[in-house]
Design a protein. Structure first.
Length: 491
C-alpha cells in the first residue's frame, strides 16, 4: 500500500455523504471529511470551534452575525462566499433535504437571512436562541453555477469525492482546504463487516486504521500484535437503554426504575468492555460544562428492583419459580458485540422476574422499528453530545415522531413531561451560560427520576492502527476529521 494513502476500516458502509441526505453515523463521518462547517464541536473539550467562520457573535438577543474567514475556498478553488451559505440554508429548507436539517432553522425561528457583504451574513430570529452557534455545525455547499451536475455538491472539507465502488468510498486530498492540505494524497473508507476480518486486515496491511470497530473482547489480541498499536481517548459517546413510555407496562416510572436497578452496569463494563468505559448518569459526559453530578443514581440492587415491581402491581406469580412477572420485547441491531451486551442485560432482567424476548435485526430494520415505536426496550448509542439543547431533541414532547412523519423528532421513547418542556424552552432562550447550566442541571435531575431511558455508560473511543500511522487524534465525538492531519511514516 502506498505511503501517501490511508485506508480506514469501517463496520458499515456510508449511504450518502451529501449533507442533505446523511442519516447514519458513517454518513456524517464521511460528509465531515468532504464538507467544512461554519462551526464544529470536534475539539477535545466538545466546545464550539470556528471553522469556515472567522467569528459568530450575537448583535442582540435575536440577531446573530457570521463572518467567513478570508480566503477560504471550495475544493474546485472557488471562494466560499455569503451567497454559498445563503444557498445552503435555503437548500436545507426544501424537500430535497430528507434529514433533520430540513427543520433545523424553521424550529429555531429563522425569520430572515441577510447577506451584508461577500463574507458577512446576519441571521434574524423570531426569538432568542442560545444554541444558535452549534446549529451552524453543517457542511456548506457551493452554490451551483449552471455547470454539469456532479455526483455530490462541491464542498470545502479536507477531502474530495473521487470514487464509490461497492462498499468502498475513495477520496482525494483537497489542496485548497483552509487549514492546510491533508498529509496524504488519498483516503479510502473500506467496509469490512466482520470483527475478526477487520483485525486481520490491519495485521496484514490492507488497512491502516479503525476506530471503535474492534470488539473489546479482541483488544487484548491487538495489544499483542507487534505491527499494531492501540490508542484510547475520552468519549462523549452515550450508550443507553430506550424505554417505550407509552407502553402499558413501562409507562409507570417505578417499572423503569426497577429495570435500572436490575442491570449490573459495573459488571458489564468490567467483563464486556474491559473497563474501557465510564458509567453514565445521563446524556452528558462528566467533562461537559453543563454536566450535573447531583442526580439519582442506580447502582445494582435486584432486591430494590423486585420491591418496585411489587409496588407497581407486578408481583412475582410463583415466588422463586420460573413464571415471569411479564415479558418485554427488547430490540437491538445485529452487531455481534451489541447482541452480546443485550443478552447479558436480558439475563439480568430475568433475575428479577422480567422475561425478555430479544429480537435482533440488521440496523435499518431495527432503527425503523425504533422510530415507529414498535418496541418496548431498545439499546442505542448517541455519538455527539455537545450542545445540551440535545435534550430538547430527544425529550421534548413536540419531538415525538408521528405516523405521518417518523423523522419529525428524536423523542422516540415517547416521553411527555410539561415541566421538562418548560425547562427546555427556557434553556433554549437563556443566553447566560451559568443560568443555562442551572436549567439543564434541573432537567438532568428530573430525567434521572422519571427515567425515560436508562443511562448505561460512555464507552472510551478506541483506535487500532498500524505502527507507522502518525498524527491521528481521537476526538470525544468519535469524528474522523483528524484524518486530515494523519499520515504514515515512510518505510
Amino acid at each position: 500500500m502506498p505511503d501517501d494513502e490511508l485506508v480506514v476500516l469501517v463496520e458499515a458502509p456510508p449511504q450518502s455523504p451529501d449533507p442533505r441526505h446523511a442519516v447514519t453515523a458513517y454518513d456524517f463521518k464521511l460528509l465531515r471529511l468532504m464538507y467544512a462547517p461554519l462551526v464544529s464541536v470536534d475539539d477535545e473539550h466538545v466546545e464550539p470551534r470556528m471553522e469556515l467562520a472567522e467569528y459568530v457573535r450575537p448583535l442582540d438577543a435575536r440577531t446573530w452575525e457570521v463572518k467567513l474567514r478570508e480566503g477560504v475556498r471550495f475544493s474546485d478553488g472557488r471562494a466560499v462566499t455569503s451567497a454559498d451559505v445563503f444557498y445552503t440554508v435555503e437548500e436545507f429548507a426544501t424537500p430535497r433535504t430528507s434529514n433533520a436539517l430540513r427543520t433545523r432553522f424553521v424550529q429555531d425561528g429563522l425569520e430572515k437571512l441577510e447577506i451584508v457583504d461577500a463574507r458577512t451574513l446576519r441571521f434574524h430570529l423570531s426569538h432568542p436562541h442560545a444554541p444558535f452557534i452549534t446549529d451552524l455545525d453543517f457542511g456548506v455547499l457551493e452554490k451551483p453555477n449552471g455547470e454539469e451536475a456532479k455526483p455530490f455538491p462541491v464542498g470545502a472539507g479536507p477531502f474530495v469525492f473521487a470514487e464509490h465502488r461497492g462498499d468502498t468510498w475513495r477520496l482525494r486530498a483537497n489542496p485548497y482546504f483552509w487549514a492546510g492540505a491533508p498529509k496524504v494524497r488519498a483516503l479510502e473508507l473500506k467496509t469490512i463487516r466482520d470483527d475478526n476480518s477487520r483485525l486481520l486486515a490491519l495485521v496484514g496491511g490492507s488497512g491502516d486504521l479503525t476506530q471503535n470497530t474492534i470488539s473489546p473482547l479482541l483488544l487484548d489480541a491487538v495489544e499483542k500484535q507487534p505491527r499494531l498499536k492501540l490508542e484510547t481517548g475520552r468519549s462523549a459517546v452515550y450508550s443507553y437503554l430506550g424505554i417505550n413510555c407509552e407502553d402499558p407496562i413501562l409507562k409507570d416510572p417505578r417499572v423503569r426504575r426497577a429495570i435500572a436497578y436490575a442491570i449490573d452496569r459495573r459488571l458489564i463494563v468490567q467483563t464486556k468492555l474491559r473497563d474501557r468505559a465510564l458509567l453514565a448518569t445521563g446524556m452528558l459526559p462528566t467533562f461537559h460544562w453543563a454536566y450535573n453530578p447531583d442526580v439519582e443514581r442506580y447502582e445494582y440492587d435486584p432486591a430494590k428492583a423486585r420491591a418496585l415491581l411489587d409496588e407497581a402491581g407486578f408481583p412475582d406469580p410463583d415466588g422463586d419459580g420460573p413464571e415471569p412477572r411479564f415479558t418485554l420485547v427488547y430490540k437491538t441491531s445485529n452487531n455481534r458485540f451489541r447482541v452480546a451486551i443485550a443478552s447479558v442485560i436480558a439475563s439480568m432482567l430475568a433475575e428479577v422476574g422480567i422475561e425478555v424476548d430479544l429480537r435482533v435485526n440488521e440496523f435499518a430494520t431495527f432503527f425503523a422499528d425504533v422510530k415507529k415505536g414498535n418496541y418496548q426496550l431498545f439499546s442505542l448509542q448517541l455519538p455527539e453530545i455537545a450542545e445540551p439543547d440535545l435534550y430538547t431533541t430527544f425529550f421534548a414532547s413536540t419531538r415525538i415522531p408521528t405516523r405521518a412523519n417518523l423523522d419529525a423528532g428524536y423523542n422516540r421513547v415517547r416521553y411527555r413531561n410539561p415541566e421538562i418542556d418548560r425547562l427546555l424552552d427556557e434553556g433554549r432562550s437563556e443566553m447566560d451560560r451559568e443560568r443555562r447550566k442551572q436549567i439543564y442541571g434541573r432537567v438532568q435531575k428530573i430525567l434521572a427520576e422519571d427515567l425515560p431511558v436508562v443511562s448505561l455508560w460512555h464507552e472510551d473511543n478506541v483506535a487500532a492502527m498500524r505502527r507507522e500511522v502518525r498524527g491521528f487524534q481521537i476526538l470525544p465525538t468519535a469524528q474522523l476529521t483528524s484524518l486530515a492531519r494523519t499520515y504514515k511514516e515512510k518505510r
